[in-house]
Design a protein around this ligand. Structure first.
Ligand SMILES: NC(=O)c1ccc[n+]([C@@H]2O[C@H](COP(=O)([O-])OP(=O)(O)OC[C@H]3O[C@@H](n4cnc5c(N)ncnc54)[C@H](OP(=O)(O)O)[C@@H]3O)[C@@H](O)[C@H]2O)c1
Length: 256
């Protein structure tokens, strides 16, 4: 029997860097990549205990793993993150998952709120791609996956800047996908709806009831990190080699 599909879904021999993988969707993607055989570089901002737990779980898959730390709201953070990597390690797969959302009624958003969300969500995305794509291009194989949001098309009224930042990243994904297509590097955006992670338990300010009614999920309930991880495995593997420049919602139909 020729197990063509399971072979092409394998991530053996690849190294994946997943930002914001100390919890939530990033953690789910890191664990799924390890299950499919990739060596894993975990990244976190401040929760050392949390990332240590994920590292231990990754160890059970028998793949190589390491941890790096950076706060993308700080200037120089992407350069410092690269310095923490072993010089010989060049990620084949980059998942840009860490993000910052500040929920506030739009009239109260400060310039600092705007800058910090744009720096973490948009600027660091570009800097990470600039840093890590040259080695992918050199190898003629690479995968870049940005984690977007259903808010690209259905913005939450209390997240004006966050939603705009996710839409901006999708535009960069389309642009770069075209420029990297003939170099063996695919670039895609995986856009979750509401997924059960610590983030969705953060309190939100009161907003217009009528608008909130439009934020429902047709399939009902909320998703789990594994729902996103399954799509990420496909996009990261050889099985996803003919998919680039796409925005893929994993949202229970919320974007409809
Ligand atoms: N959960 C949802 O319903 C949902 C819906 C749509 C889109 N998304 C997107 O999916 C991605 C993951 O979301 P999640 O719910 O899994 O998030 P989460 O549970 O809040 O985890 C966020 C991760 O990013 C790291 N992080 C936060 N701020 C950072 C910063 N300034 N610099 C570097 N790292 C930082 C955190 O590290 P520390 O814990 O160490 O701070 C953590 O590992 C995000 O891009 C989010 O926008 C999520």
């Amino acid at each position: 029997m020729n197990k063509k599909l399971s072979k092409s879904l394998s991530l053996k021999g690849k190294t994946a860097l997943i930002t914001g993988s100390s919890q939530g969707i990033g953690e789910g993607i890191a664990l799924a990549f390890a299950e499919y055989g990739a060596d894993i570089i975990l990244h976190y901002r401040e929760d050392q205990d949390q990332v240590a737990n994920v590292l231990e779980e990754i160890g059970e898959f028998g793949v190589k793993s390491s941890v790096i730390r950076a706060d993308f709201s700080k200037t120089g953070s992407v350069a410092s993150l690269e310095k923490q990597l072993n010089k010989k390690v060049k990620p084949d797969i980059l998942v840009i998952n860490a993000s910052l959302q500040i929920a506030k009624p739009w009239e109260q958003i400060t310039q600092r709120d705007f800058d910090i969300q744009m720096n973490v969500n948009v600027k660091s995305t570009m800097l990470l791609i600039q840093r890590f794509s040259p080695s992918m291009i050199q190898k003629g194989w690479g995968r870049i996956i940005t984690i977007g949001s259903v808010q690209q098309v259905k913005p939450h009224p209390a997240m004006l800047v966050y939603a705009a930042s996710k839409a901006a990243v999708l535009n960069m994904v389309r642009n770069l996908a075209m420029q990297l297509a003939d170099k063996g590097v695919t670039v895609n955006n995986l856009a979750p709806g509401v997924i059960d992670t610590p983030r969705i338990r953060e309190p939100l300010p009161e907003v217009d009831e009528r608008i909130m009614k439009r934020q429902e999920t047709p399939l009902g309930g909320v998703g789990e990190p594994l729902d996103c991880a399954a799509m990420a495995v496909l996009l990261a593997s050889d099985a996803g080699k003919f998919i680039t420049g796409q925005n893929i919602f994993v949202d229970g139909g919320m974007s409809l």
